[in-house]
Design a binder for this molecule. Structure first.
Ligand code: C2E
Ligand code: MG
Length: 863
């Protein structure tokens, strides 16, 4: 709105209405927060006046302040604003809100037109506000006159406890001398300069130098007119601790502030108790450690500073308060995954890169000791860090610690860049305890490695390292290893080993929380020092146990291979947990893959029964499945110590082979195991069969008559023996002996030769065999046979003898072989020979009868 249109003489209007404006509240104080860069909280507010005119609308100070100045009324306005500010702070106190310093703009004219100091003091004294919460804000040009009146009044203000701020610094005369003359509490950098940060490198240099100058003089620096992120970051980096501008917040009215409070949208106020802490934090220039690489172009390298950050740390976490651009660059380059992360939590980070450095930061926060350490980054670079404490926050208990990156090795992973410190630290981490022992006096110091911080700290000093009462010193050693340890761990032995091998070591089990754990004790001499030794005890439990297990497996393998070499007939062996059925396979023979179960499995019995259906020869499957159950196998092992079963498995190319399954139960350290072996017994079984056949063939030969093929007299002797046993045991069934004698063999032999004689015998034998077709026939002499008649033949005996007679009659006519036959049945005799004799006697009688052509007679059997 062009206010000039409606009010032709605005100046006159404003002057006439100035008093009313104050009374009616048209003059309203707006507040613009000043932000602490490191905390992001409001650390101050500037009072800026507005004239909300009912006719002209809202007027900015530029429209009415020069007018009021020109008529020396400005002090009335400024004191009016001060009153509003004091009222606000009173109200805040009542409301229990934090109160931060409020700056009130005072015109240069104020210093001449009235006793401004007294006016201010009187008002402040009448309020609840301490002078330290009021900053007298004067513009640079106001002071630049170097008028004694201004300077002395500012001095008075300061003496009364007020803060004195210089506004608009860098705008006008830019006088460093001024800074020397007045001990300003704060310099506010001119808005024009700030607005050039993005575009002008020289503006950046000027601001940086201004800040550096102010800081060197112990003056805080604020920047006004901060409108964006770039400006804010830059200003924070160079140590400009307070920031004001639209980027954070525009000036707002008190009622707006209260509404924001109510809505929770107000930027939080700084706790006054933390003021000192944040002041200290802010006072570090992150460019103080600047160095220039290239002297010819100072401007280019002006900001090529060491990466530096100020961190805030407590026992649990670290957060970033401030950092410079190079630190941000370094951080982004080396921790790409941590972009945007500003808080580091100790918990759960102890295995991650950077933990050591972070714990050092934490430690520095506690002990305040400056340290230089080195740390390795994930990509193998070595980073050297300077860590220095700045201040403690009394409210949060956090400490501010500056971290400067002094150097970073260029070539990642280059071993030359590993520092001794780094290596020593890494190694020391492995030691549970370290001792530094004086071998002359036996005095020692015990160190423990703090696993978390990887720091070695002395925890005890003692007098007699080797001369501690035995029970005291060795009670930590596992009893099985104690004697060996005591025997070996002597000063003499250690000295001997050090001389001979340059070190002494022993591995034993130490009791930790009652559990035996393997540890390795190693003693070495301190270099260039013959008197002292260092003894380190490291935890090698996992390693040793692994080694032991490995050794055990190796031994098992060797044993197994030896067994395998001996019994190449094993197709495979399974080790089965009888409770769960879980199994492990030991392969013996790669060609036998087709008989294997899966390499490892869930249930041996179930899996193998399934597999049997595929691999076992069809005819044997059912029988095997019937017998191959867990219950049967265990029962059989209980009874006989072993379960064995032989059956046939299929061959790939058809046919079958014999295998034997053998199962034994072994009680081992870790419980019972069923050892199941599949053995190839094919050759053996086949050989056995062949052998059995050969044996029976040989046996047969021994008892068979070569000429006729019937059994011989040996066989009869055996049979006679068996029958005698049975007779004696009264277990003999009904039987009869038939003795047969061929008639006229001698004549045939004599007249027709042996060959015809042989045929004659064969013919006769055939007749006997045909007649007694169900009974064994024995040839017991040249022409003599005996038949043991049993079973069906016995029941038919009389009839069979009749048949024999018929054959004889027929043959007699044809002049063929006839047979004299005698019979005797078993009927209470005690021996076979008795029966035989009876039959033989009857045969002789019949032979005589036949010679005479008379009919033969037989004792009747079947009646
Ligand atoms: P100043 O003391 O330098 O105040 C800062 C001025 O910059 C304010 O303008 C404020 O609104 C403005 N400002 C703050 N942040 C930004 C930003 O990010 N960008 C831009 N472009 N401007 C920003 P305002 O309120 O118009 O005040 C102008 C000047 O009037 C003040 O300059 C101050 O010298 C004077 N003034 C204001 N109130 C009073 C008063 O009560 N008494 C006296 N004697 N002078 C006053
Ligand atoms: Mg100002």
């Amino acid at each position: 709105m062009n206010t000039g249109d409606r009010i032709p003489d605005k100046r006159k209007y404003l002057l006439e209405n100035f008093g009313r404006a104050m009374q009616e509240g048209w003059l309203e104080v707006y507040y613009q927060p000043i932000i602490r860069g490191s905390s992001g909280r409001v650390c101050g507010e500037e009072a800026l006046v507005r004239w909300d005119d009912p006719v002209l609308g809202v007027l900015n100070p530029a429209e009415f302040i020069p007018i009021l100045e020109s008529v020396n009324l400005i002090d009335r306005l400024d004191l009016y604003v001060l009153e509003q500010v004091l009222a606000k702070l009173d109200k805040f106190k009542e409301m229990g809100l934090y109160r931060v310093v409020h700056s009130v703009n005072f015109s240069q004219i104020d210093f001449f037109s009235s006793d401004i100091v007294a006016e201010v003091k009187q008002r402040v004294d009448a309020s609840s506000v301490p002078p330290s919460l009021i900053a007298i804000d004067v513009i640079e040009s106001a002071c630049s006159t170097r008028d004694e009146a201004v300077l002395s009044k500012l001095d008075q203000f300061q003496k009364l406890g007020f803060q004195v701020w210089m506004d608009d610094y860098g705008n006008g005369d830019f006088s460093p001398i001024l800074l020397q003359q007045i001990n300003f509490d704060l310099l506010k950098i001119n808005m024009n300069l700030v607005s050039q940060v993005r575009t002008s490198k020289s503006a950046k240099v000027i601001i940086t130098e201004l800040v550096r100058l102010a800081m060197a003089l112990g003056i805080e620096v604020a920047a006004e007119g901060v409108e964006d992120d770039d400006e804010a970051e830059f200003l924070k980096e160079i140590g400009c601790v307070k920031l004001q501008g639209f980027y954070y917040c525009k000036p707002v009215s008190l009622s707006d502030i209260l509404t924001r409070y109510k809505n929770g949208t107000q930027i939080g106020f700084e706790n006054p108790d933390e003021r000192e802490y944040y002041t200290a934090v802010g006072h570090v220039s992150l460019y103080d450690l600047a160095f220039t690489n290239n002297d010819e172009n100072g401007m280019v390298d002006y900001f090529d500073t060491l990466p530096m950050a100020i961190l805030q740390v407590n026992s649990e976490e670290i957060s970033l308060l401030r950092c410079n651009a190079n630190f941000r660059k370094f951080f982004h380059a080396n921790f790409t995954d941590k972009r945007g992360v500003t808080t580091y939590h100790f918990k759960g980070s102890d295995k991650l890169v950077g933990f050591y450095a972070m714990t050092e930061v934490r430690q520095c926060g506690i002990d305040g000791k400056r340290r230089i350490i080195d740390e390795r980054t994930k990509n193998g670079k070595t980073v050297e860090l300077l860590i220095n404490k700045i201040s403690d926050d009394p409210v949060t208990g956090m400490a501010a610690v500056a971290v400067v990156i002094l150097s970073v090795t260029e070539r990642p992973g280059n071993l030359d860049d590993l520092s001794y410190n780094y290596i020593a630290r890494a190694l020391a981490e492995d030691y549970i305890k370290l001792y530094f022992v004086d071998m002359e006096t036996d005095e020692y110091t015990e160190y423990a490695s703090d696993g978390k911080n990887r720091d070695i700290t002395a925890i005890r000093r003692g007098q007699q390292f080797f001369d501690v009462p035995e029970d005291e010193r060795y009670k930590f050693i596992y009893k099985e290893d104690r004697a060996r340890f005591i025997d070996s761990f002597t000063k003499e032995q250690i000295t001997h080993d050090l001389n001979k091998y340059g070190k002494y070591t022993i591995t034993y089990r130490s009791l930790m929380n009652g559990e035996p754990k393997y540890v390795n004790l190693k003693a070495v001499r301190v270099r260039t020092d013959n008197r002292h030794i260092i003894i380190g005890i490291s935890d090698v439990d996992a390693q040793t146990r692994e080694q032991e297990a490995f050794q055990r497996i190796k031994e098992e393998r060797i044993t197994f291979n030896r067994i395998a070499a001996l019994s190449s007939d094993f197709i495979n062996i399974y080790c089965v947990d009888p409770n769960t059925g879980f199994y492990e396979i030991f392969k013996m023979n790669p060609e036998n893959m087709q008989y294997e179960l899966d390499p490892e499995g869930g249930d041996f019995f179930k899996d193998s029964r399934e597999r049997f259906k595929e691999i076992v020869y069809e005819e044997d499957v059912d029988a095997l499945l019937k017998i191959f159950t867990k219950e049967n196998i265990i029962a059989s092992i209980k009874e006989q110590g072993l379960f064995t079963y032989t059956c046939r498995v299929k061959r790939i190319n058809g046919g079958f082979r014999y295998v034997t399954m053998k199962t034994a139960l072994l009680e081992e350290l870790d419980g019972p195991h069923l050892i199941f072996g599949l053995i190839n017994v094919d050759e053996q079984v086949r050989k056995e069969k062949e052998y059995a056949e050969k044996v029976s063939e040989a046996e047969d030969k021994a008892i068979r008559d070569e000429l006729t093929g019937v059994k011989n007299k040996h066989a009869y002797a055996i049979a006679e023996e068996e029958f005698n046993v049975r007779i004696e045991a009264k277990r003999a069934n009904d039987f009869a002996l038939v003795v047969c004698d061929l008639n006229g063999l001698k004549d045939v032999n004599d007249n027709f030769g042996h060959q015809t004689g042989d045929q004659f015998i064969k013919d006769g034998c055939k007749i006997i065999c045909t007649v007694f077709s169900h009974s064994p026939v024995y040839r017991i002499g040249g022409d003599e046979f005996v038949v043991i008649v049993q079973g069906a033949d016995y029941g038919n005996l009389d009839k069979l003898l009749e048949n024999m007679e018929k054959v004889n009659n027929r043959n007699a006519k044809k002049k063929e072989v006839t047979i004299a036959v005698g019979v005797a049945k078993f009927d209470g005799q005690r021996e076979m020979s008795e029966i035989f004799d009876a039959a033989d006697a009857e045969m002789y009688l019949n032979k005589k009868r036949m010679k005479k052509g008379e009919p033969t007679h037989h004792a009747r059997v079947n009646f």
